[in-house]
Design a protein around this ligand. Structure first.
Ligand code: ATP
Length: 484
């Protein structure tokens, strides 16, 4: 868009998370295994909880539950009888699955008093619902996910991947170059996210070549990192057409969704919650810089929430742009509205990890106020000029935020890198010695202990954005990929 041109709000584009995308099948790929093998299965129930089998569905009718002489079932959950938390919810007949022999449509019929849920929505005793590929089936409560329903014409993956992980067809989200699927480790049934990237694009467009090159870099960087506020990587498997990154599952969706949640009325998350999150992000960046890594693309879309609760643990992700900071950094990359002035200024000037502090300043500005500091929606000045001048407009949203917090954000958004604080300097301020920061530390520790729990709720993620109001709106931003 030309400088100074006012963009109509209705024209602001926001990428849509598409949950039903399909992916080409690799000819060299091997078939994933299953535990109850039946020939010519039309679908399968992939068990994603310890003790629950994966069941191939071949007959038009299937019934499961605890079963009894009077109520025979095809699958009786006896292998999960030790799992008291689950077993107490299971009825003699829990649910049935039927396939219409003519239409081939498949339905789940709930027979249980405690109920069966599909994609975390209660079906209810006596009710039915059509099943689609990737649907999650829970028992009694949303968090007790036991099966992913999968049609068998989908998803064949390389053996290197399937021998260690079961890949379900439940999509967690979609990125620029592939999708992210829910999976689990075969060894302990703990849930993972499997990011699939199509490397074949590389022959078609240069942006994708850059991206393909990023994958190796992303993996190399992630392998070096271990921090509770950074998404961990378990494995990387690369075959002819696809790369599979097996990463830590983070179930609460993007931080972006949180900051634009209408419940905050576009006023920001407030002082207390804002500081709770600021502590986590500063700690993550302090660690990154201490091990010589500069992220270069910090923004709310690249931060994931551990769960859907208000006070969740944040995890920095997407290290495709990251670089070892002892190397010279000159490349103009990142996302324009989060880019530091020294990146915006000139290709030939070297910059430092302080660029991350600037981006973090932008993220925290949005977190506290609900609107972005630099935006094309300000028509009096181009975005580039706003950034180069460090022009900040503190609208009425800031009235409920303390002067100390405002000063910290201003400090992070200092145009001159030498005067901008490092993450260590930020962490050692009195501003970070508060009850919210201490409570964040405790919650992070607790979250780490809980991570051993195998199956977590996978809540449907919705992007929300409300474009009304006189201040700029936080919208998802695309990054600039460096030219080759
Ligand atoms: N570790 C994870 N756990 C759970 N869900 C995830 C995880 N990583 C990504 N997702 C989901 O998948 C979506 C896409 O993630 P991905 O990192 O591929 O996208 P992106 O950053 O938009 O893409 P790109 O890498 O092209 O910039 C995210 O928005 C999120 O909803």
């Amino acid at each position: 868009m030309a400088r100074g041109t006012k963009r109509r709000r209705s024209q602001i584009e926001k990428p849509v998370v598409n949950r039903d995308d399909t992916i080409e099948v690799d000819e060299d790929a091997a078939v994933g295994d299953s535990q109850v093998a039946v020939t010519k299965a039309y679908a399968r129930l992939a068990g994603i909880r310890r003790g629950i089998a994966t069941i191939d569905l071949a007959d038009d009718n299937f019934v499961c539950g605890r079963g009894s002489d009077e109520s025979p079932v095809n699958y009786n959950f006896s292998s999960a009888s030790h799992d008291v938390g689950l077993y107490r919810f299971i009825s003699k007949i829990q649910f049935a699955i039927s396939r219409d022999s003519e239409t081939r449509r498949i339905h789940l019929h709930d027979h249980s008093r405690n109920g069966t849920l599909v994609n975390q929505e209660m079906i209810g005793k006596g009710q039915s619902r059509e099943l689609n590929n990737g649907d999650l089936i829970s028992i009694g409560i949303p968090a007790l996910i036991i099966f992913v329903f999968e049609t068998t014409d989908e998803g064949q993956y390389p053996e290197e991947l399937t021998k260690k992980y079961h890949v379900t067809s439940h999509s967690l989200g979609k990125g620029g170059f592939g999708k992210v699927l829910l999976g689990y480790k075969r060894s302990d049934r703990s849930v993972v996210a499997i990011k699939m990237l199509n490397t074949q694009f590389s022959t078609r467009c240069s942006r994708a070549i850059a991206k393909t090159r990023d994958i190796k870099n992303e993996v190399e960087v992630m392998k070096k990192l271990s921090h509770p506020n950074i998404v961990g990587i378990y494995d990387w498997i690369s075959v002819t057409k696809y790369s599979y990154m097996v990463i830590e599952y983070v179930g609460g969706g993007e931080f972006f969704t949180k900051v634009v949640d209408p419940k905050y009325n576009r006023m920001g998350l407030g002082e207390s919650l804002g500081k709770y999150f600021a502590f986590q992000l500063i700690d993550a960046v302090m660690y990154l810089h201490s091990v010589g890594i500069c992220h270069r693309d910090i923004k709310p879309e690249n931060i994931l929430c551990s769960d859907k609760t208000e006070r969740c643990v944040l995890k920095l992700t997407d290290f495709g742009m990251a670089k070892c900071s002892v190397m010279k950094m000159k490349t103009r990359c990142g996302t324009p509205s989060y880019n530091a002035p020294e990146i915006v200024a000139n290709e030939s000037i070297e910059y430092s990890p302080k660029v991350d502090i600037w981006s973090l300043g932008c993220v925290l500005f949005i977190t506290f106020s609900g609107y972005p500091p630099f935006s094309e929606e300000y028509t009096d000045m181009s975005m580039e000029d706003q950034v180069m001048k460090g022009r900040l407009l503190f609208h009425s949203q800031w009235r409920r935020i303390t002067i100390e917090t405002q000063n910290m954000i201003k400090w992070m958004l200092t145009v001159e890198p030498a005067k901008r604080p490092s993450a260590v300097e930020l962490m050692s301020t009195d501003w970070m010695k508060c009850a919210d920061c201490r409570s964040a530390r405790q919650d992070i520790d607790q979250n780490q202990r809980n991570q051993k729990v195998p199956v977590q709720a996978v809540a449907a993620q919705k992007d929300t954005n409300n474009n009304d109001g006189e201040v700029p709106v936080a919208t998802k931003k695309k990054r600039v990929v460096p030219a080759l």
